[in-house]
Design a protein. Structure first.
Length: 201
């Protein structure tokens, strides 16, 4: 148990070092370390179901408890990591999911220690940010749906008019190919002009 407590404390310190980087990668690394610390804290309690382990835990040095990070703080820190990731996320859907995870971790924190006031601050912050992110996501979805319908209507209009034209009904499209009659007339005029020129010696 002592070794696990020390490992959990070491993981917590590594997580804190990653967290202060204030980067997406830093928050992700911090999440990994905080999660590892939580698992290490859980392990002794999971094994204490047998009489032998209960006795071993009761005889363990009291310093081990001091070296073990409080679980509620680990959940609070994971909530802070998810909040940091959410603030850096630009995709509406992903932002909502990250704030939801931050809220879940904050609730876990207050469940483990209802007397820690900062845990409720994390809950309130996550709730407000989650509501704002969800509203923006709904607005984005409505805008995307409107754009999709407008595009479909435009394409349907082009199909109904045979592909559409850049010219109105009143305007005639420029003739890109010379008609056969105009070509014959041009050639005849050229030949007449040639017959009128005097022959050179």
């Amino acid at each position: 148990m002592v070794a696990e407590a020390e490992q959990a404390e070491a993981a917590k310190k590594r997580a804190a070092a990653h967290f202060v980087k204030n980067t997406t990668e830093g928050y992700q690394e911090a999440l990994t370390e905080y999660s590892a610390a939580i698992e290490l804290v859980r392990q002794p309690h999971a094994r204490s179901s047998t009489p032998q382990h209960s006795l071993a835990r009761s005889l363990a040095p009291r310093c081990a408890a001091a070296q073990t990070p409080s679980s509620h703080l680990l959940y609070a820190n994971r909530s802070a990591c998810y909040a940091g990731l959410a603030e850096k996320e630009w995709k509406p859907r992903e932002k909502v999911l990250l704030w939801a995870k931050a809220l879940g971790e904050a609730h876990a924190c207050t469940t483990l220690d209802s007397a820690w006031a900062k845990g409720y601050l994390r809950v309130a912050t996550a709730q407000l940010e989650l509501a704002a992110a969800a509203e923006k996501w709904e607005t984005r979805k409505a805008e995307d749906l409107k754009w999709k319908r407008e595009r479909q209507a435009t394409e349907a209009g082009k199909t109904a008019t045979g592909g559409g034209s850049a010219f109105s009904d009143e305007e005639a499209e420029p003739a890109e190919v010379e008609s056969e009659k105009a070509r014959a007339e041009r050639i005849a005029a050229m030949e007449a002009a040639s017959d009128d020129r005097p022959m050179t010696p």
